[in-house]
Ligand binder design. Sequence first.
Ligand code: FAD
Length: 304
Amino acid sequence: NFDVLVVGGGPAGSAAAIYAARKGLNTGVVAERFGGQVADTVGIENFISVKETEGPKLVANLEAHVRHYEVDIMHSQKAVKLSQNELFELELANGAVLKAKTVILSTGARWREMNVPGEKEYRGRGVAYCPHCDGPLFKGKRVAVIGGGNSGIEAAIDLAGIVEHVTVLEFDSKLRADAVLVKKAQSMGNIDIVLNAQSTEVLGDGSKVTGINYTDRVTGEAKHVALAGIFVQIGLVPNTEWLRGTLELTNRGEIIVDSHGQTSMKGVFAAGDATNTPFKQIIIAMGSGATASLGAFDYLIRNS
Ligand code: FAD
């Protein structure tokens, strides 16, 4: 039986595990894929105190740091159900059930993809999902933002200050973003907004993106935009489908936490991109993992 069972081995889960182990708590980590989204990241330039690193390098450092303590890491294991008897019980896809006094959920999120040819091939080579992370790589170049919701228009405004020009492609006949953001975007000289645009293909020269094709859904015309970067902003989906009905989630599926990382289920904490934290970044996920772990420690000293 674990004192603290962490579900998810990304930055949030790693931080939570280290903080728990350093309190002398019996700690386990269940991770479908250790490293999480960081494993898919090429360059990282905003992990404070490390000027520049690469995803796989940071993942190796995370795992080495966790392994420095007596943490039981269970790789390639997917959690499918959480329930509570005397202890919390976590059921894995392979049928095993793990028991713990507290649980920290840090299952992260995944970007919703356009699902068009070329997108996967050029991911990290022009196709990007995080303007805070990758915006500066496109300094002085032309880019597109896919999606006209709040995150898409925010991304366009953010990028417009760095890149030469931004084309926003929105599938719908109107933008869903807040009026104040739309107004701001329209006031900037280097943002074009295209409505009724269905992205159809990412084009490249074999090593990097050179453009995007889309169909005008009103006229049916095929169009092409030459550019160096494509920021896909059509939603971030939390990996919480398996928790529906177990604890409180927002309507977007994010786990609702308080300032201690406590969820609606007493003794179950959560951290990182899987939660309703407004900003999703490595350093923020780590901080919230530490918070959730200290929250769990506080819970344990009061309840056992
Ligand atoms: P994740 O990293 O998503 O980790 C989730 C963990 O949970 C994984 O181990 C996963 O396998 C596991 N998991 C999920 N479901 C289950 C389950 N049911 N059972 C067991 N395990 C499960 N942020 C920055 O700060 N700087 C950057 O430069 C940057 N670049 C990025 C580039 C890309 C391409 C992407 C996709 C993201 C980038 N981000 C960047 C965002 C950053 O990676 C995330 O904010 C951060 O990884 C969130 O950490 P997390 O631990 O909450 O979740």
